[in-house]
Design a protein around this ligand. Structure first.
Ligand code: FES
Ligand code: FES
Length: 178
């Protein structure tokens, strides 16, 4: 049995302690917002925060997670109001959305340590692969989220330019777990 805290709730996993954290979260805890991409540490789709650090959950076991505090995309905010989530939507840095949860987690971890990263620091901290190629928009979104966290800017809940009001509701649920 492995005991850890997931999204602020104490959880016991009665699974093989060598089970990757990714499978415990997805299959046992039903937290399917964390994605399985490669299973090899290459894509970062599976990133979660462990004690505030963005880690690939396919590479760490339940045993290695024992006693630690895990935050998944479902636990980052209850209403998708985290500045990174707001900025990703506002900058239209989401296409199919498969990579988005891992990117949001990595960006939130970066900005918690450094709310004014350079473009180079952003690229170094976000190793996530995106098959849709949102990288330029992603950098803009993370810099914008940093400005929000530094209280230099607020992001309106209004639809981003180019998104019809009736489609705006579709844009936000792209961040919901699938
Ligand atoms: S699924 Fe973990 S890095 Fe790709
Ligand atoms: S938005 Fe499609 S993989 Fe990144």
């Amino acid at each position: 049995m492995s005991r850890l805290t997931v999204n602020e709730h104490p959880v016991e996993f009665r699974m093989d302690p060598q089970t990757p954290l990714l499978w415990a979260l997805r299959d046992a805890a039903n937290l399917t917002g964390t994605k399985y991409g490669c299973g090899n540490g290459d894509c970062s789709a599976c990133m979660v925060m462990v004690d505030g650090e963005a880690l690939r959950s396919c590479l760490i076991t339940l045993a290695e997670s024992e006693g630690r505090f895990v935050t998944t995309i479902e636990g980052l905010s209850h209403d998708r109001s985290h500045p990174v989530q707001q900025a990703m939507v506002a900058e239209q840095a989401i296409q199919c959305g498969f990579c988005t949860p891992g990117i949001v987690i990595a960006a939130a971890s970066l900005l918690a340590r450094n709310s004014d990263p350079s473009d180079e620091e952003i690229r170094a901290a976000i190793p996530n692969l995106c098959r849709c190629g949102v990288y330029p928009r992603l950098v803009r979104a993370i810099r914008r989220a940093g400005r929000v966290m530094r209280r230099e800017e607020t992001i309106s809940a209004a639809p981003a330019p180019g998104i019809a009001p009736e489609d705006a509701a579709q844009a936000v649920p792209a961040l919901k777990p699938r």
